[in-house]
Design a protein around this ligand. Structure first.
Ligand SMILES: C[S@@+](CC[C@H](N)C(=O)[O-])C[C@H]1O[C@@H](n2cnc3c(N)ncnc32)[C@H](O)[C@@H]1O
Length: 275
């Protein structure tokens, strides 16, 4: 396991994922007074954009720093830019929030958050970043297993799956986890992040999901460039299971702006696989 999110925090893929996550959280919170969130791959929670990793990759510079000064930013990004401004005290953007920080900030008194992180040093940083927050727990454990064991059997729940895709079995494990979570709680929603490299991998993942998961699915692609070189990360995709009405428009809006503004010949596509 070599993946370190510090190199990628605040990049185009984080912008799409986190803008859609915040919108989805608000929609699920509107469905009831208590929401349980399980974050299977939490990372360290907060990222230093002035650190060696972020400066070396330049990904935040091409991502969040451009979004924060964009004149044509769609409204769907407003909750994310507000959160980033709050984290940085309104000044220049030196820190970027991960999913654990964004979710924790949005929790209401009866809501709860469980963040799973397998790497001990990342988990230690995560615990520190979330110290003292009410309704928040972390586990240094495999997030796929934890999602199935810890999703409540009733009530409104959200599982966020955001793996590093270092292992060949991530696609299979996502399908198995979503199917098991849905069997456990029919009201459970999920948001999955995936890299886009070639056409075939994402399409066959969607077909497997449709076959195995008994739930409405919504998928959005953010293609940053034509998919001609399968060795590059040419974009990203999000798949939502059990998404509330209205999420599709937000997914399309953030994907389109990101692909067209931050990409090179980029484009966005939305698939509504509701049954
Ligand atoms: C892409 S990062 C997560 C970023 C985070 N979701 C966010 O939006 O801020 C993926 C993280 O998953 C961790 N990881 C890898 N395999 C895991 C597993 N099976 N269970 C839990 N965490 C895992 C990695 O160490 C890495 O920190």
């Amino acid at each position: 396991m070599n993946y370190r999110h510090a190199f990628h925090a605040g990049n185009f893929a984080d912008l799409v994922k986190h803008a859609v996550l915040l919108d989805l959280l608000a929609r699920l919170q509107a469905e009831g007074p208590a929401l349980t969130v399980v974050d299977t791959h939490a990372g360290r929670g907060l990222y230093d954009l002035a650190g060696v990793e972020a400066r070396k990759s330049g990904e935040a510079e091409a991502g969040i720093q451009r979004l924060m000064t964009a004149a044509d930013m769609p409204a769907a990004f407003a909750p994310l830019t507000a959160a980033v401004r709050r984290l940085n005290g309104g000044g220049s953007v030196r820190r970027y929030p991960g999913s654990p920080w964004l979710v924790s900030e949005a929790l209401r008194p009866a809501d709860s958050y469980l963040g799973c992180e397998l790497r001990p040093e990342e988990h230690a940083a995560l615990r520190e970043a979330l110290r003292g927050r009410r309704g928040v727990r972390t586990l240094c454990a495999d997030g796929y297993k934890a999602a199935v064991a810890q999703t409540p059997t009733q009530g409104v729940a959200l599982v966020l799956i955001d793996p590093p895709f270092e292992r060949a079995d991530d696609y299979v494990r996502i399908v198995e986890t979503l199917a098991a979570v849905r069997r456990r709680n029919r009201r459970a929603a999920a948001l999955v992040w995936l890299p886009l490299k070639d056409l075939e991998t994402f399409d066959s993942f969607l077909r497997d999901l449709e076959d195995e998961v008994d739930a409405p699915l919504l998928a959005g692609e953010t293609r940053m460039r034509p998919l001609t070189d399968p060795l590059k990360m040419n974009g990203c995709a999000l798949v939502a299971m059990g998404a509330p009405e209205g999420l599709g428009a937000v997914l399309e809006s953030v994907s389109r702006w990101t692909a067209e503004t931050l990409g090179e010949g980029g484009a966005a596509r939305l698939f509504d696989l509701r049954k």
